[in-house]
Design a protein around this ligand. Structure first.
Ligand code: SAM
Length: 208
């Protein structure tokens, strides 16, 4: 997966512009209400979201692509970026909060479970996590070859899992589910091309 993303970031730079996702405002609010001071951002990309968080919190970002990290280090000077796979990442540090935007749906079931388990491992007791992912209401759901239940190769060589609400909750059923919801996200690509995505989010707490 690293090669695919390295190529994209090298060729396209700040692919989704420099504005953070609209979910960042909600996550900042929820993190403040839950006394969060330090956060981990798996799949941090070039730092468009971490930059908004790093004004309020101590932030570590994990990212597999060296090209993305090079861009991120210039864009967001306050976040500490670590080049590693989120599936292998390991540190003795434990975080108050985790924000993970549109990474979960990129993996097959075994690795989705591994990603969540590794995040939970790095969370303090009663720590909170905010995840987003593709919704089953997204227009790409059902497009292309079905690789696993709910996972489609919607573009050649690129697949994603599309979550129903029940499926998303099922992935986090060892945690206290505090909130779920749906969002329509508009991303602006190069030459002002817009794409709309139907996403789901989930906000959970590690049970003490
Ligand atoms: C859809 S992009 C989202 C990027 C960022 N969250 C944003 O919204 O700007 C997914 C990101 O996850 C990174 N990624 C993919 N697989 C990864 C892995 N195994 N470990 C760490 N990062 C990964 C990609 O390089 C890419 O930056």
């Amino acid at each position: 997966m690293g090669d695919y993303w390295n190529k994209r970031f090298t060729e396209e730079g700040m692919i989704w512009g420099c504005e953070p996702s609209q979910t960042v405002t909600q996550a900042i609010d929820l993190f403040k209400k839950n006394n969060v001071h330090d956060i981990l951002v798996p799949g941090a990309g070039y730092g468009r979201n971490t930059k908004a968080f790093s004004s309020y919190f101590q932030v570590d970002g994990i990212e597999i692509s060296s090209s993305a990290i090079n861009l991120a280090k210039e864009w967001d000077l306050k976040t500490n970026f670590i080049q590693e796979s989120v599936l292998e990442f390991s540190t003795c540090q434990r975080y108050d909060g985790i924000y993970c935007y549109d990474l979960l749906h990129l993996f097959l079931l075994e690795d989705r479970k591994k990603l969540i388990q590794n995040c939970v491992k790095h969370l303090k007791e009663l720590g909170v996590m905010y995840f987003t992912c593709f919704s089953d209401c997204d227009f790409n759901n059902g497009v292309g070859r079905e690789i696993e239940e709910g996972t489609y190769e919607y573009k050649e060589g690129k697949y994603a899992h599309f979550f129903t609400e029940e499926d998303l909750k099922g992935h986090f059923n060892d945690l206290n589910i505090l909130e779920t919801g749906s969002i329509r996200e508009t991303l602006i690509y190069a030459e002002k091309q817009q794409k709309k995505y139907e996403l789901r989010y989930i906000f959970v707490q590690k049970i003490g």
